[in-house]
Design a protein around this ligand. Structure first.
Ligand code: ADP
Ligand code: MG
Length: 159
């Protein structure tokens, strides 16, 4: 099955954190990374007194179930030293399961499609880069993409 993972980081060597997380995703059982978006720099969402984020999305192919994939993502976050201090606070790495082919669920453990896709330019913009029709596995986000303000997100150019 194909799935789309959203990655975010705003602590330490942010580009390296993204790279490490992508490598770790590719090491999950039965999983490979098919395509990645550009890296974007974005203003923090929610709690603003913190460094800017780098965000991107990755399309993966996996034989894992949605819950096993989520478990893998949370394991990667923990392995990279993520500590959950408060909601929307700074993080070394955040891995969100955005889409999982035609699977949907709405529980507190796993809500997929991710409920915030429509509200976050740092998801909509890289997602549109990979799916430029504004549709992925039947999930439509074209009008959300077109209507969402994009002044707070820029392509990140590594020095
Ligand atoms: P956020 O990503 O909203 O800043 P966290 O990463 O701290 O917050 O939240 C992680 C929790 O959210 C996990 O324990 C997980 O079970 C739950 N969760 C529910 N749906 C998803 C999803 N689609 N992707 C990632 N985590 C999810
Ligand atoms: Mg998360």
């Amino acid at each position: 099955m194909k799935s789309v993972i959203g990655l975010g980081t705003n602590i330490g060597d942010r580009l390296l954190n993204l790279k490490e997380a992508l490598n770790a995703l590719a090491l999950l059982p039965g999983t490979r990374v098919l395509r990645t978006s550009s890296v974007y720099e974005t203003e923090p969402y929610g709690f603003s007194e913190q460094p800017n984020f780098l965000n991107m999305v990755a399309e993966i192919e996996t034989t894992l179930s949605p819950h096993a994939l989520l478990g893998g993502c949370l394991g990667i976050e923990a392995g990279m030293g993520r500590i959950r201090e408060f909601k929307n606070g700074p993080r070394i790495i955040d891995l969100d399961l955005l889409l999982f082919e035609d699977y949907s669920e709405a529980s507190s453990e796993l809500t997929v499609p991710h409920p915030e896709i429509y509200n976050r330019s740092f998801v909509l913009v890289p997602l549109f880069e990979l799916y430029d029709t504004g549709e992925a596995f039947g999930f439509q986000f074209q009008s959300a993409y077109q209507n969402h303000p994009k002044q707070d997100i820029k392509k990140y150019a590594a020095e």
